[in-house]
Design a protein around this ligand. Structure first.
Ligand code: BEZ
Length: 259
């Protein structure tokens, strides 16, 4: 995240409550189609579950993530894999990769051009990118509820938009501008289930702090509870919340001859 404020992750809580994030990485994984012996970079690898899944296919995987909490947990869970704690946008490997994979990470990188350029520069010519992240309109209802809450308290000053949710056209053009050829791209809806009456609150506690980095802990607790209440009638039914995730899935190839 690039608001000058680092997100401090509860990496264990993330694995326990937000396990669906890795489970949903399956589409990007199919588009990646890893082969034994290939060198693959997991760009924004989080706690390493998908890097480990790629390694099970026989690929040689490395992960990079800016969060020390996430990387500590990835190293503890998967000691045989190589994880780099670094800003993926500026980190460069000693040797370029055959493929770059990324799941649910690129929307945290608001310098999208820097991220796209980094992915291109981490790849060999002809190397491929398979990525999934939040697309245009993702979690719109949550952002709207938080904005309403801030407005009610007269505190729009602490609200920021911490995520990058592009359209297909916007992101495909960006990838082309840094030397990729886009082979396939789609924006689709993925209604996402959060179990339990406190599911929305837990989601907000995990991710929503990024929307209000300047708020105090007690303001966050109060405003998350109020926002969840605003969303409840429409999005909570029979023990679960369904929130409107919208995903952008991309397969691109780095054009030969570009650096
Ligand atoms: C997502 O995976 O779409 C997402 C996760 C956290 C915050 C915003 C979006």
């Amino acid at each position: 995240m690039e608001n000058g404020q680092r997100v401090h992750w509860d990496a264990e809580g993330y694995d326990k409550s937000m396990g669906f994030v890795s489970r949903y990485g399956q589409d990007a994984m199919s588009w990646l189609d890893p082969k034994p012996g290939e060198r693959i970079l997991d760009f924004g690898c989080g706690t390493g579950d998908l890097a480990a899944r790629i390694a099970e296919e026989g690929a040689v995987v490395e992960g990079v993530d800016i969060s020390p909490e996430m990387i500590d947990r990835a190293r503890t869970k998967y000691p045989k894999l190589v994880f780099h704690c670094a800003d993926a946008k500026t980190w460069r490997p000693a040797e370029r990769f055959d493929a770059v994979f990324s799941n649910a990470a690129l929307h945290w990188m608001k310098d999208a051009e820097g991220a796209a350029r980094a992915m291109a520069e981490c790849l060999k010519p002809g190397g491929r990118l398979a990525a999934e992240f939040g697309g245009r309109g993702n979690v719109k209802c949550v952002i709207k509820a938080m904005n309403q809450t801030l407005k009610r308290h007269g505190r729009e000053d602490v609200g920021v938009m911490p995520w990058y949710f592009p359209s297909v056209g916007e992101y495909a053009s960006l990838l082309e501008s840094v030397g990729f050829e886009v082979r396939n791209a789609m924006l689709f809806e993925r209604p996402t289930r959060l179990d339990g009456e406190d599911g929305m609150l837990r989601w907000l506690e995990m991710f929503g702090g990024a929307l209000i980095p300047g708020a105090t802990q007690s303001e966050k607790a109060e405003w998350f509870a109020e926002s969840a209440e605003l969303l409840k009638r429409k999005y909570y039914h029979e023990g679960a919340w369904i929130i409107e995730y919208r995903r952008l899935l991309i397969h691109a190839v780095k054009i030969d001859g570009l650096s």
